[in-house]
Design a protein around this ligand. Structure first.
Ligand code: ADP
Length: 366
């Protein structure tokens, strides 16, 4: 079996162990020869992810095509013959943040209020998001006063945006969910994600939430993947309010940063699950193998070409810790360079361990 993957970043790179296990060859479409997944791919087609002609060529070399990056040109892709999993129609409502919120609303799924510029008077705080191509908080602005609003509007003058109510959430949660070609659905544990400056810093699995929150999240996950007839794995992010209401923040139609902990902590990693789903296999169990897990992103904190070997080795020496280093050629502030997952016993404090890891990783003045 040959699986084509659009995108060559760390999410594609982390598919390699699962691909080997399942006897699958990966063929990658990505523009950069130094992207993480190029080194592990059987073949690479060097082209931008939104180059549909290249994807046509990719389809000639593989049995199915899946996504690690959804910034594709759907209209152009719809003109080519290929087996996409998830299908293009399962991606269509999700690639634009306004469409995504509209889709959630139309399906009566809870989501923050949203509107287009000019549709409602602004009152602060408010959240402005670019409708397309936003990731890691780039394109998401939390606006607290008129001056920042004026600045944002001037800066984004020619960029389509959506405006949202600011949700004063208590915590942020996320879940991975997979659906097979036969419509079987497997939901992973609900996790807590912690963001700073709109970028994910830590993930704690499982999240300490009530059974009703867990049930509601599972029901939303089922509804979404069934309605979209997804074949593959999706990551869903949520806001949890102080009165235990759950709102969907965002749906990612692929593996997700909040699911990295599954590599060591679950019976089936999110990457194996994606490959199982898209190649028509039965799904694996999502059960946790340990009491819990902590994932800490190793984010760039400077512009540099360092491989931070000493820091990585020190973190890898912590008990039950597994460092994944993506091998990116340069560091930039906020860029995801790697991550560490630590398996937790019942007495372990995730927050203390997160602080220990971050005190090794980040220089003191940051
Ligand atoms: P991206 O697609 O770049 O990940 P998100 O929409 O997920 O952007 O936003 C990134 C982070 O910004 C969220 O995890 C959350 O912390 C904050 N955020 C986004 N939307 C809102 C909102 N409506 N209210 C409050 N915080 C928000």
């Amino acid at each position: 079996m040959r699986v084509g993957v659009i995108g060559g970043g760390q999410l594609a790179w982390m598919m390699v162990d699962a691909a080997k296990k399942l006897g699958i060859e990966l063929v990658i479409q990505t523009p950069n020869s130094d992207d993480p997944a190029v080194s592990i791919a059987k073949e690479t087609l060097f082209a931008p992810v939104n180059d549909a002609n290249a994807t046509q060529e990719l389809s000639d070399r593989v049995d199915v095509i899946t996504f690690e990056n959804e910034f594709v040109d759907l209209d152009a892709l719809s003109k080519i013959q290929a087996c996409f999993r998830p299908s293009l129609s399962a991606l269509k409502p999700l690639l634009d943040k306004y469409d995504q919120r509209s889709f959630l609303k139309a399906n009566h799924l809870p989501t923050p209020n949203f509107w287009l510029p000019g549709e409602q008077p602004v009152s602060f705080p408010i959240v402005v998001k670019t409708r397309r191509l936003g990731y890691d908080g780039q394109g998401t602005l939390i606006i607290r006063d008129q001056a920042s609003w004026n600045e944002a509007i001037a800066k984004l003058e020619s960029v389509p945006i959506v405006i949202e109510e600011f949700v004063p959430f208590d915590r942020e949660l996320a879940v991975m969910v997979a659906r097979s070609t036969k419509g079987e659905i497997v939901v992973y544990p609900v996790v807590e994600t912690q963001q700073e400056n709109q970028v994910c810093r830590r993930v704690i699995a499982p999240a300490e939430v009530s059974e009703s929150v867990e049930r509601e999240i599972s029901a939303i996950a089922h509804t979404l993947l069934d309605r979209l007839e997804v074949v593959g794995i999706y990551g869903i992010e949520f806001f949890l309010t102080k009165d235990d209401r759950v709102l969907v923040n965002e749906i990612a139609p692929r593996t997700h940063n909040s699911g990295h902990y599954t590599i060591e902590a679950c019976e089936t990693s999110q990457f194996e699950q994606q490959l199982r789903a898209v190649s028509g296999l039965l799904l694996g169990s999502s059960a946790l193998l340990s009491h819990g897990a902590l994932m800490v992103n190793l984010l760039g904190f400077e512009r540099a070409e360092s491989d931070y070997l000493e820091k990585r080795e020190a973190i890898a020496k912590l008990p039950n810790s597994f460092v994944h280093w993506y091998g990116k050629s340069e560091s930039r502030p906020g860029r995801k360079l790697g991550h560490v997952t630590a398996l937790l016993d019942s007495g372990d404090s995730a927050l203390e361990l997160a602080n220990t890891i971050e005190s090794i990783w980040y220089p003191e003045n940051i």
